[in-house]
Design a protein around this ligand. Structure first.
Ligand SMILES: NC(=O)c1ccc[n+]([C@@H]2O[C@H](COP(=O)([O-])OP(=O)(O)OC[C@H]3O[C@@H](n4cnc5c(N)ncnc54)[C@H](OP(=O)(O)O)[C@@H]3O)[C@@H](O)[C@H]2O)c1
Length: 395
């Protein structure tokens, strides 16, 4: 139940839970305006209210080397006093000197009564800001809208833990898990409502990854359409031999949307002259052709791909199939989340591909386990399943 606004024993005004949540939601809104621009830094927004609870200033972090959100807000404050007020921020103020000075001492110097933090910093060497503020005598509350704060910065959190982007596998399948009929028909298995939901999910990611099988079968655009302020992510094709047709709808020449297109080839598969000429033609057509290390099947090494994507500012990658690519990410244990739309129809047949192909796990103990992030829900007539990889105690 919400705490009522009250004057604490120290004489400070403590806001109600609703007020805290409202200001934290604004921090998240500010932070999200910089989606795709902050990597490898997190998206952070900040709101400072005065002792009477009035918003005085807002701040946002714009990317590496730029002011942190708290410092941005403080810089805009000028000579105005926020003594006795409260600072809201969705990530713990940092306590370390990087490209910019630590935020915690600057926050402590404002004479505030209280700091409200959404989520703690997962990078140990950067954390400690909360403790430092408490030592300076401020009242520090942690965990307001924590789940939303963690979801917004899921890419940053995974990168901080693993050094690679956060990977979400997405598929639209039938009730029996098929993503096409045996004859290759795949449009559309799920409803327009589910596909619109999927468009919104695209807009939350920095890159969309598909396999060459999907490009050859469906010629997808891989853009964000019908989403207000929806920004199209970088498009990535896993294409070991550089077989992407020059007429592909996702290439810059056809799409004309200024979004970067990466064709990820493998070094061993592009060793011959013909493959290199195909790669050169794709580069001339505006694609960014990467020549990455090969896996044992001469395909693109997925660890190398993800490392390379981090260098392009990708913190969250949406892998949209097909089944062979999904199997590759699962076999490499590189899946953090699954987003599965299931339509109430049964395609059946051994020849119809499922949303996970490949050889699969030989033993149950080796099969990757997932847990539901939320209870299964529906969009239009379809089921929506959202799961995350179960992280081992030592992982
Ligand atoms: N309903 C849906 O949500 C949905 C979504 C997408 C696709 N689909 C359907 O799925 C079908 C295509 O799927 P698909 O399974 O045949 O092909 P795919 O998964 O789209 O592409 C597989 C290809 O990607 C390349 N690749 C490169 N590196 C890889 C790696 N490390 N691991 C795995 N693959 C790698 C390989 O070709 P190279 O060796 O030449 O590189 C591989 O054969 C189509 O029918 C399409 O309509 C449905």
């Amino acid at each position: 139940m919400a705490r009522a606004a009250k004057r604490s024993s120290a004489g400070r005004v403590a806001a109600s839970a609703e007020v805290d949540a409202r200001h934290m939601a604004r921090c998240l809104e500010l932070a999200a305006t910089m989606r795709g621009q902050t990597a490898p830094n997190p998206m952070v927004g900040c709101v400072i209210v005065d002792a009477r609870g009035r918003v005085v200033v807002e701040g946002v972090h714009r990317g590496p080397g730029q002011l942190h959100a708290e410092a941005d807000a403080i810089a805009k404050l000028g000579k105005r006093s926020v003594a006795g007020g409260t600072l809201y921020v969705n990530l713990e103020p940092c306590n370390h000197t990087g490209r910019t000075p630590p935020c915690a001492p600057a926050v402590a110097a404002l004479g505030l009564a209280r700091v409200v933090i959404g989520d703690m910093d997962p990078i140990v060497s950067h954390s400690g800001g909360g403790k430092r503020l408490r030592r300076a005598g401020l009242h520090v509350d942690v965990g307001v809208l924590r789940a939303q704060c963690q979801t917004l910065n899921r890419g940053f959190r995974t990168w901080a833990r693993t050094g690679r982007p956060h990977v979400v596998l997405k598929a639209g399948a039938s009730l029996d898990g098929k993503i096409a009929t045996a004859s290759g028909e795949s449009q559309w298995i799920t409803s327009a409502a589910a596909r619109h939901d999927a468009m919104q999910q695209r807009a939350l990611c920095d890159a969309i990854v598909v396999g060459i099988g999907t490009v050859l079968a469906d010629d997808p655009k891989l853009t964000v359409r019908g989403v207000r302020n929806g920004r199209s992510p970088i498009r990535v094709v896993l294409d070991s031999h550089a077989r992407t047709p020059l007429t592909a709808a996702l290439l810059p020449a056809q799409a004309r949307d200024g979004v970067r297109v990466i064709i990820a080839t493998s070094a061993r598969a592009t060793a011959d002259g013909a493959a290199q000429r195909r790669a050169a033609r794709l580069a001339a057509a505006g694609a960014h052709v990467l020549r990455l290390p090969s896996d044992q099947d001469q395909r693109v090494d997925l660890h190398a791909l993800l490392t390379a994507l981090t260098e392009f500012g990708v913190l969250t990658a949406l892998v949209e199939g097909g089944g062979i690519v999904h199997a590759g990410f699962l076999a490499a244990d590189l899946v953090d989340e699954i987003l599965l739309y299931q339509a109430p129809l049964i395609i059946g047949g051994d020849g119809a591909p499922g949303w996970v192909r490949g050889t699969g796990a030989a033993r149950l103990a080796a099969a990757p386990r997932f847990e539901f992030i939320a209870a299964p829900s529906t969009v239009g007539p379809d089921l929506v399943l959202r799961l995350r990889r179960t992280i081992d105690a030592d992982g």
